[in-house]
Design a protein around this ligand. Structure first.
Ligand code: CU
Length: 119
């Protein structure tokens, strides 16, 4: 169980992180066009609001762009704890994620975890 990898070029560009256990956190994340978030879960409820661009989300343990749902600017979605999901961005996109901290990403396939990538 690890926290997201926010290093530049590794995962997301992150502007703000507030993640203390049991305290509301809010993060804003910017992804370039063509960015993919592999299937993963969170131990806490994830609230996703699209600030700009287009954020596509699918549920399940396999990445499948045909099964996703498109969220445009202003779009909002909730992912319950443990729900497997994935996402991708057809255009540069900024999303806001909020929930109770800490924000943890558990990848379905450990090789998708940026922490496990070769350096
Ligand atoms: Cu998620």
């Amino acid at each position: 169980m690890r926290r997201p990898d926010y290093r530049p070029g590794r995962n997301w560009r992150c502007w703000l992180v507030i993640q203390t256990r049991g305290v509301l956190f809010t993060v804003r994340l910017q992804a370039p066009a063509g960015y993919k978030v592999p299937p993963h879960t969170h131990p806490t409820t994830e609230h996703i609001t699209v600030i700009s661009g287009t954020f596509n989300i699918g549920t399940g343990d396999k990445f499948d762009e045909a099964a996703g749902k498109e969220l445009g600017a202003g779009g909002y979605m909730v992912m319950p704890p443990g729900m497997k999901h994935y996402a991708w961005t057809p255009a540069e996109t900024i999303i806001q994620v909020h929930g109770m901290g800490p924000f943890v990403i558990n990848y379905v396939n450990p090789t998708d975890d940026p922490h496990n990538a070769k350096k």
